[in-house]
Design a protein around this ligand. Structure first.
Ligand code: PLP
Length: 395
């Protein structure tokens, strides 16, 4: 008799975003008022011209016998892997092109990498957390230890707060909190992983927002990380690829146990279960790393960062404790007067027509916080912050 994976029974229904959507549409239906969505987790700026040009050129190649491409290499075309290696070289990180795996985005790789590890491993995850780390391990019935993020540690939990861990997930700049680890803090994590024969799954999906060299963009900027870390990165937020879909994962050759190499295992896994990213998308991704592509990308990221700076400066003005926003599109702040996340969400929606994301939706430690994002227009961000400041002043 067929047996289903009973671990799925342990997954909580993901109500967060549907709950927000329902409450917003009820509010709009009953008041007819306009709302400002400061909960947007998707990019809003279009693809830049160099990327669009590359998409068009590659599409035209696909329409000619002489340049048509069918199945591509599962690991990604060499032209893109080399472009990614060149991008890392600018950060002072030397990678071999065969340590880079092109994918359809970071989410799938983060979830699929679980294939390479035994179910006996103890998983350590920060709370609050990007839910994919949690759910993909829960689906396999793995034991998960939560590492508390809070105001005392600026939502940057450190190794001193965990007992045991074989696989540790870190995300910097962080979603949902926007907090960013410094070089010294990441070094502590790398040293911990090396001492404990653990692996760090480093999610660098927001690395392109980092504007200060005290914060590493890649874990491989830290000495020793090649022996204990896998890195996931994505062009989703960097270059507006949330719809186009492209990311990359770095699995160094140094990660080995006896005769087993994680790089070889991931290659085997991908060649068995994945058939690569479309040629046209890989050409578009290559264009992101060209000089013109990087310049255009920077312009777009600066637009989001301008919003982010406005948000954190406005919260500072009203004395609301907040983190993120300087090197990330996310700002995480303490709800005024000790309100619960959903309580403040409702107040903000009903009295100002502004929508945020309740922090409690990202884990127990998120209770009492709200996440707002920098993906709306500058005008809307300005209007939303004016309203939030008015509410805070009148509470
Ligand atoms: N990691 C984090 C922390 C994210 O916030 C996201 C997307 O929101 C992803 C990974 C997934 O990115 P992708 O669009 O490349 O799958």
């Amino acid at each position: 008799m067929v047996k289903f994976n009973s671990n799925y029974k342990n997954l909580k229904p993901s109500y967060l975003f549907s709950d927000i959507a329902r409450r917003v549409s009820e509010h709009v239906a009953s008041t007819g008022a306009k709302v400002i969505r400061m909960d947007i987790g998707d990019v809003t700026q279009p693809l830049s011209a160099p990327i669009v040009d590359a998409l068009i050129a590659a599409s035209q190649e696909m329409g000619k016998v002489s340049t048509f491409r069918g199945y591509g290499p599962e690991q990604g075309y060499a032209f893109l892997r080399e472009a990614v290696a060149g991008y890392y070289a600018k950060m002072g990180v030397e990678l071999a092109a065969d340590e880079i795996f092109i994918s359809d985005g970071a989410k799938s790789d983060i979830a699929n990498i679980t294939d390479l590890f035994d179910n006996e491993n103890i998983i350590a995850l920060p709370d609050p957390v990007y839910p994919v780390y949690f759910d993909s391990n829960l689906m396999l019935g793995r034991k998960i230890n939560l590492i508390q993020g809070n105001r005392e540690n600026n939502f940057l939990p450190m190794p001193s707060s965990i007992a045991a861990a074989d696989i540790i997930y870190l995300c910097s700049p962080n979603n949902p909190t926007g907090a960013v680890y410094t070089r010294e803090q990441l070094k502590e994590w790398v040293d911990f992983a090396l001492e404990n024969n653990a692996i760090i799954m480093f999610d660098a999906a927001y690395e392109a927002f980092v504007r200060d060299n005290i914060y590493p963009r890649s874990i491989f900027e830290i000495e020793g990380a090649r022996k204990c870390a896998i890195e996931f990165c994505s062009l989703s937020k960097t270059a507006g690829f949330t719809g186009l879909r492209c990311g990359y994962t770095v699995v160094p050759h140094d990660l080995a146990s006896g005769s087993q190499s994680l790089n070889k295992m991931w290659l085997r896994r991908q060649t068995t279960k994945f058939n690569g990213v479309p040629y046209v998308v890989q050409r578009a991704a290559q264009a992101v790393f060209s000089q013109e592509g990087l310049r255009a990308t920077e312009d777009t990221l600066n637009k989001y960062l301008k919003n982010a700076h406005l948000i954190s400066a406005s919260l500072d003005e009203v004395g609301a404790w907040n983190t993120g926003g300087k090197h990330s599109p996310y700002i995480w702040f303490a709800c005024p007067k000790g309100m619960a996340s959903w309580e403040f969400f409702e107040l903000l929606l009903n009295s100002a027509g502004v929508v945020g994301t309740p922090g409690s939706g990202f884990g127990k430690c998120g209770e009492g916080y709200l996440r707002i994002t920098a993906f709306n227009s500058y005008e809307n961000t300005l209007a939303a912050m004016k309203k939030i400041k008015e509410i805070a002043a009148n509470l």
